[in-house]
Design a binder for this molecule. Sequence first.
Ligand code: DX5
Ligand code: ZN
Length: 220
Amino acid sequence: MTLPVRIAPSILSADFARLGEEVRAISAAGADWIHVDVMDGHFVPNITIGPAVVKALRPHSDLPFDVHLMISPVDLYLEAFAEAGADILTVHPESGPHLHRTIQRIKALGKKAGVSLNPASPVELVAEVLGDIDLILVMSVNPGFGGQSFITSQLKKIERLRRMIDDSGRQIHLEVDGGVDAGNAATVIAAGADVLVAGTASFKGGAAQYAANIAALKGH
Ligand code: DX5
Ligand code: ZN
């Protein structure tokens, strides 16, 4: 069963000099989750934000913080992000040697656990942990930067994962991240996604546009 559609604006596309204000504005504009892209300059070719920033932003929104960890090694930092106020911690299988152990650590911290698949990563990487996770994140761009184009080959992967999730009988979010905009959102949802990450498409045009941007992503 597909869950109601949620929009998770990526603050990577917000004005970093005014992040608290931006998180308040996008929350008021109808966002469902706040997507936080954490990059280390090693697992991906960009460096963004760490737990101190997540902690500083936490009082600015009541929405779930959906923290996408593009860092390796990842295990060392799970506790810091959990304590900083993350609600969902999503990891890439390639960022550590023992995915199952990493998921168990996230659960032990009382947080929801997500697994993210890069464009070249096969769905089989999550097959044996479906019983343990709350979310699968399909990367529809190569991770590292906002503003890239949606890789259409990922639609088939989203469809395959939707079938795997439905067959599992569990309620697992299927989230899609990268190049999602008002023009392709309906296609991504039709393929089986229930959470759309959108950076550029959420934050374009300044705060006066945010509510319209989010409504457009929801098809309104
Ligand atoms: C890329 C990040 C994405 C990115 C999305 O590595 O994981 O969350 O910020 O940005 P847009 O929506 O602009 O493609
Ligand atoms: Zn992301």
